[in-house]
Design a protein around this ligand. Structure first.
Ligand SMILES: CC(C)(COP(=O)(O)OP(=O)(O)OC[C@H]1O[C@@H](n2cnc3c(N)ncnc32)[C@H](O)[C@@H]1OP(=O)(O)O)[C@@H](O)C(=O)NCCC(=O)NCCS
Length: 190
């Protein structure tokens, strides 16, 4: 069963995101940041998180926005900067990830599509059963109901996730390079 994530369920998806994306910037910024991000999404008319539940247990979720600029407002950016400064003080080596993030988002801005999937995770034991596809379908309906025609999602070009996006109907629109890292950006057309 798929239904919107409630605020009291947020810790579950924060932990799922953190575990799935260890080593990526959002996880380096810490669970408090991920909680802040998902809370903003859930509380905004421009955002949604859907959970896929089996026997009341969340085994997969997708979070995204129809317009990230409405969520990444000035208040959000100030808070994000504070999380980033704290994370850099604790671990200066993540500074290159912050620079990469800024570079990638500058490049992505040129595509001109503000609707994005920000995170999609299915627990290990439940993968390859069609749950990811069902979550994508629900997110597509959310975007369609906003009268939008397409949305984006990105992933590290070296991970298997690109295969998932090709299989579920996304088109590769841009590969953004930053030193030896490549980020694949996919578009889903409704
Ligand atoms: C990516 C992810 C969400 C896919 O979820 P899932 O429930 O396993 O996906 P589905 O079962 O709906 O798969 C849909 C299609 O993609 C294919 N697919 C899914 N994962 C794949 C993989 N790792 N490699 C190759 N193909 C894959 C499936 O085989 C299926 O194709 P088919 O219909 O021809 O059989 C899941 O693997 C995951 O949580 N990964 C870790 C987090 C992550 O990388 N998220 C995406 C980056 S933001």
């Amino acid at each position: 069963m798929i239904e919107p994530i409630k605020i009291e369920e947020i810790n579950t998806i924060v932990n799922m995101h953190y575990d799935a994306f260890k080593g990526l910037l959002t996880s380096d910024l810490g669970k408090d940041y991920i909680t802040y991000l998902f809370t903003n999404i859930i509380n905004s008319e421009y955002g949604i998180c859907y959970g896929y539940k089996i026997d009341s247990k969340i085994v997969g979720f997708v979070c995204g926005t129809s317009d990230f600029k409405k969520i990444w407002d000035i208040k959000f950016k100030v808070k994000l900067a504070k999380f980033a400064i704290t994370a850099v003080i604790n671990n200066p080596s993540i500074i290159h990830k912050i620079v990469k993030y800024l570079w990638v988002h500058y490049q992505v801005g040129k595509i001109g599509i503000n609707a994005h999937i920000l995170s999609i995770v299915v627990l290990n034991n439940y993968r390859k059963k069609g749950i990811g596809l069902e979550l994508v379908k629900n997110f597509s309906t959310f975007i369609r109901n906003k009268n939008l025609k397409s949305y984006l999602v990105n992933t590290d070009a070296n991970t298997q996730a690109s295969k998932f996006y090709f299989k579920t109907g996304f088109k590769l629109v841009k590969t953004i390079k930053f030193f030896n890292k490549k980020d694949n950006w996919f578009r889903y057309d409704l």
